[in-house]
Design a protein around this ligand. Structure first.
Ligand SMILES: Nc1ncnc2c1ncn2[C@@H]1O[C@H](COP(=O)(O)OP(=O)(O)OP(=O)(O)O)[C@@H](O)[C@H]1O
Ligand SMILES: [Mg+2]
Length: 331
């Protein structure tokens, strides 16, 4: 644990650090994915995860859900999915002669929206709207989603055929966009050994009960994260990072050429919330520029729209974020 000696983490922080350790034992060599899941949980936001098949995306959310007293649901997105398949719909009850709302799969605490780009735009919009508004309107009634509500949507970068790219303007609604890559040789071996051990455990079940975090503890942790101190100079830095993406010309011709549209105020708010959560997970009650740098790529990479020139030059949005971090002066 990389924690300064002067700070003794309180019980909640310890519970989260233990949760992180347990997840790291189960999901090997993907520390960013795990940290972003925890940051999203603490900052009350949603995640978009992009990665090839078989990189433990499903395993990771399931492992998280198993350790929180929360219910979990996975929705496979397909071309024939309808918005009502997510939200729920009014169903006629012959007994009472009236319509009753039947809740759809979004009414769960942790929702895995698998392969979100396989469903057409109207289904994606239904999900993104529910994520942002935390409620669902069907007919004349509005239904609130659970207070603990975390969506992790996955997107596979390989298959482009028969998929529907997420509308760029709506990507903003994801607090973070995580990209995960293949494990290295050492991790690959550990995965193999873990899978063997898990197969053995399935045959001879004796698993110790996983640590459970109660929703009330998650909310208390969110409170603590909101109380993390962000100095005015650091606030200014966050705002300048986002402003730089809109007024890139101030930072040289290259950035100006690369960025078609800069990030919205949602980006500034997201930087603040994620940096606080990152700081809290590091055992501090104040945020540092290093916390901002730790989460900047996941917060900004989907909010900066690249120009045609950038695409033609093969520039990736991560390079643009790197450049922003290089050019905007630190507080
Ligand atoms: N980093 C890892 N640590 C531990 N197990 C892993 C890791 N990567 C893959 N696995 C194992 O590989 C298998 C595939 O993982 P999983 O089903 O979670 O992948 P996925 O990313 O959801 O794939 P898909 O995109 O096809 O749905 C599982 O048995 C999982 O335990
Ligand atoms: Mg999966």
């Amino acid at each position: 644990m990389d924690m300064p000696d002067s700070v003794s983490p309180n019980r909640l922080q310890q519970a989260f650090l233990q949760l992180r350790e347990e997840l790291q034992r189960e999901i090997i060599g993907q520390p960013r994915l795990i940290d972003c899941l925890l940051v999203a949980l603490l900052a009350d936001g949603h995640l978009l995860v992009e990665g090839a098949p078989g990189l433990a995306k499903t395993t990771a959310v399931k492992a998280l859900a198993a350790r929180i007293e929360a219910d979990f649901h996975r929705v496979q997105f397909t071309p024939d999915l309808l918005p009502a398949d997510l939200t729920g719909t009014d169903v006629f009850r012959p007994q009472s002669g009236s319509f009753e709302f039947e809740r759809g799969p979004l009414f769960h605490n942790i929702v895995l929206a698998d392969e979100i780009n396989r469903a057409p735009a109207k289904v994606q919009s239904a999900l993104l709207e529910a994520m942002a508004e935390r409620q669902i309107t069907v007919g004349r009634s509005t239904w609130r989603l659970p207070e603990l509500f975390l969506v992790m949507a996955t997107q596979n970068p390989i298959e482009q055929e028969g998929t529907f790219a997420l509308p760029e303007a709506q990507l903003d609604r994801f607090l973070m966009h995580v990209t995960i890559g293949y494990p290295d040789a050492e991790a690959e071996l550990s995965i193999l050994r873990l899978a063997r051990e898990q197969a053995r455990r399935t045959l001879h079940p004796s698993a110790p009960p996983p640590t459970l975090l109660k929703p009330a503890e998650v909310f208390a942790a969110r409170d603590a994260v909101l109380a993390v101190h962000v100095a005015p100079a650091l606030e200014e830095y966050l705002a300048q990072l986002v402003l730089a993406s809109r007024d890139a010309g101030r930072y040289g011709p290259e950035l100006k050429r690369w960025i078609a549209w800069g990030a919205s105020p949602r980006a500034t708010i997201a930087l603040d919330r994620c940096a606080r959560a990152q700081a809290w997970l590091a055992g501090r009650d104040y945020a540092l520029p290093e916390d901002v740098h730790a989460i900047a790529h996941e917060v900004l990479r989907h909010r900066v729209l690249l120009s045609y020139e950038a695409e033609a030059e093969g520039v990736r949005s991560d390079q643009v974020v790197d450049r922003l971090l290089d050019l905007v002066p630190l507080p």
